[in-house]
Design a protein around this ligand. Structure first.
Ligand code: SAM
Length: 238
């Protein structure tokens, strides 16, 4: 029957595709998400790249997964605990549907260290302050954007045993290729949207100058620009 993996929440299906490829032809992936729009995108992504038969799509709330106890060998949860108000309740539900001895795998970031650019330090500190303020307002605490630094406690509280943890770093340096430039554009745009109301006028002007691709000192043009992305993988056993 092969390995049974649950990808929840699956979002646009990026990881469901990767999992389906790894498991084909023996395992099966179930991709679950609460959003119909995300499930549609995931279906399209999987349909384009792998055999649809190896992936099943289910509309599901991560707090009330519509699956029997002990059903899956592995649950994969990527970059989603930030979207869930009660990460421990969601992890308990993942624990319930994984078999005894099975694994819950969590990939998470820490917003304060997710993307590190070698730009001006003063501006970076202003941005961190604004992220903390925005997170307090949005999630009730500035730790809300940093699930990875609290993951050990979350896993324990959910009754899972942390077996392995590793932080991966992707390093790039100028000149960035088109994919990295696109990633950087999206990242900086999202960052600006998140912090725009929490920066002073002068800091916002400095931020806008610093990220303007037409500015020779921006990371898009500087010959010494460096970009590091950090993400942490946690493997916990039931
Ligand atoms: C940041 S995305 C990450 C998705 C995917 N794992 C990835 O890495 O691309 C978070 C996902 O959580 C889903 N989501 C939010 N609340 C949810 C809930 N209560 N139950 C299930 N999915 C939920 C959203 O629809 C979204 O697809």
């Amino acid at each position: 029957m092969g390995c049974q993996v649950l990808d929840a929440p699956c979002g646009d299906g990026f990881y469901a595709v990767a999992l389906a490829r790894c498991l084909y032809p023996f395992g099966k992936v179930t991709a679950a998400d609460l959003s119909d729009a995300c499930l549609d995108r995931a279906r399209t992504a999987v349909g384009r790249r792998t055999r649809l038969s190896s992936v099943k799509f289910v509309k599901a709330d991560s707090y009330h997964l519509p699956f029997d106890d002990d059903l899956f060998d592995v649950v994969w949860c990527a970059r989603s605990l930030i979207s869930l108000d009660d990460p421990v309740a969601a992890l308990k539900e993942m624990r319930r549907v994984v078999r005894p001895g099975g694994i819950v795998t969590v990939l998470e970031d820490d917003e304060f260290h997710r993307v590190v650019l070698n730009g001006p330090v003063d501006l970076e500190i202003d941005v961190h302050r604004a992220v903390a303020e925005a997170a307090r307002k949005r999630y009730g605490s500035c730790a809300g954007v940093s699930p990875s630094r609290r993951m050990y406690r979350f896993l324990l509280d959910a009754g899972l045993r942390l077996e392995w943890r590793k932080t991966f770093a992707a390093d790039r340096h100028a000149p960035f290729d088109p994919a990295v430039r696109q990633y950087l554009r999206i990242y900086l745009k999202e960052k600006r949207t998140f912090i725009v109301d929490y920066l002073s006028n002068s800091a916002l002007a400095a931020f806008d100058r610093a990220i303007d691709p037409g500015n020779p000192m921006s990371p898009f043009c500087r010959p010494d620009a460096e970009l590091t992305c950090l993400t942490t993988l946690f493997l916990a056993r039931k």
